[in-house]
Design a protein around this ligand. Structure first.
Ligand code: NDP
Length: 316
């Protein structure tokens, strides 16, 4: 143990399943944990299919943002892998708000569609908030509709929790991180990561009960906060901004950031890094997620879990 927070050994035990989670030293293997979530999802898809219900996820992509295209392809192939039905609707960059809302309405009305995801960002002519509010809350598998946001905040568990924070909470749980009473510092206050992450960790109950601090670009003396953290969750979109000096020895560090930086040694001329200086910080942290191979894999797995839950609820 490198510090005074409870940590786990080389192989964390996932008590709920009686199995252990693979880890390389203190690096959390997000891909392995995500694979387990997907196995559970696949089993649930099979159960639903046996009852005549095929869970369906519809993803809508507007425009030609290359990063969005990659995310959408990955969602598409994962949903196919777990046996779900579904489609990706690809629309041109000139799509109007009216046209997009009409598609959302059609998906809202379809019995075959259990989950709807409109990939962000949307072209400038479309009001993203309006589109997110149009998706039926019971099909809002991204968890961005105000009804689901509100349910998360007040601790109602029948809504959908945004996938990235849900995946992080799941990882912490299976890695045996004791969150109760822990100082949890979140860097970032976006609606998709920072705010829902903080809302989850502050709830009353298992996997939560943390004392939460949210930091953002106006925070005075960021290091003073991060150095107090037993659990540090970084979602700022700033390459390698968290250095070893900012981390309390023994802390659990979760890196949400996905940033492309120039790297002439790579064929593509760039590489993906997180918001944390991984090599230095892993020397002081008790546990850390890598980029890639950490949080990103969990995000897609939780999207699949939300979709299968939406289908199961619709079948009730
Ligand atoms: P946003 O840009 O919406 O939010 C970034 C937040 O970080 C803001 O609240 C901002 O503060 C804060 N911030 C920025 N710079 C600093 C700083 N120097 N000090 C303290 N706070 C700072 O980003 P997202 O939340 O959408 O995403 C964050 C990162 O996570 C990105 O790299 C994104 O690509 C990645 N991501 C990864 C996912 C995954 O599955 N792995 C999923 C979603 C996102 P302020 O509000 O004051 O501007």
């Amino acid at each position: 143990m490198r510090g005074d927070v409870p940590v786990v050994g080389r192989e964390a035990r996932d008590e709920s399943r009686g199995t252990s989670i693979p880890m390389n030293e203190n690096v959390i293997d997000g891909a392995a944990i995500a694979a387990r979530v997907l196995d559970e999802v696949r089993a649930e898809v099979d159960r639903l299919k046996a009852r005549g219900i095929t869970p369906g996820l519809s993803v809508v992509l507007v425009g030609d943002d290359p990063a969005s295209a990659v995310y959408v392809r990955s969602k598409e192939s994962t949903s196919r892998d777990v046996g779900m039905a579904g489609e990706t609707i690809r629309l041109g960059a000139a799509t109007t708000q009216f046209e997009l809302l009409a598609i959302v309405d059609r998906l809202n009305a379809s019995d075959q569609v259990h989950g709807i995801l409109v990939q962000m960002p949307l072209p400038r002519q479309i009001d993203a908030d309006l589109v997110l509010r149009r998706i039926r809350p019971d099909k809002d598998v991204d968890g961005f509709h105000p009804v689901n946001v509100g349910k998360l905040l007040i601790g109602e568990t029948d809504g959908f929790v945004p996938c990235t924070p849900a995946g992080i909470q799941y990882m912490l749980e299976v890695c045996g991180v004791d969150t109760r009473g822990a100082e949890c510092v979140v860097i970032g206050r976006s609606n998709i990561v920072g705010k829902p992450m903080a809302a989850l960790m502050m709830q009353n109950g298992a996997g939560a009960d943390a004392t939460v601090t949210i930091c953002h670009s106006r925070t005075r003396d960021l290091s003073a906060h991060t150095r107090r953290a037993d659990i540090l969750i970084v979602a700022a979109g700033r390459p390698q901004m968290v250095t070893a000096e900012m981390v309390k020895p023994g802390a659990v560090v979760i890196d949400v950031g996905m940033n492309r930086i120039p790297d002439s040694t790579k064929k593509s001329g760039s590489r993906l890094v997180g918001d944390v200086d991984f090599e230095r910080v892993r020397e002081v942290a008790s546990l850390i997620t890598p980029v890639p191979g950490g949080v990103g894999k969990m995000t897609i797995a939780m999207l699949m879990r939300n979709t299968v839950r939406a289908a199961a609820r619709a079948a009730r």
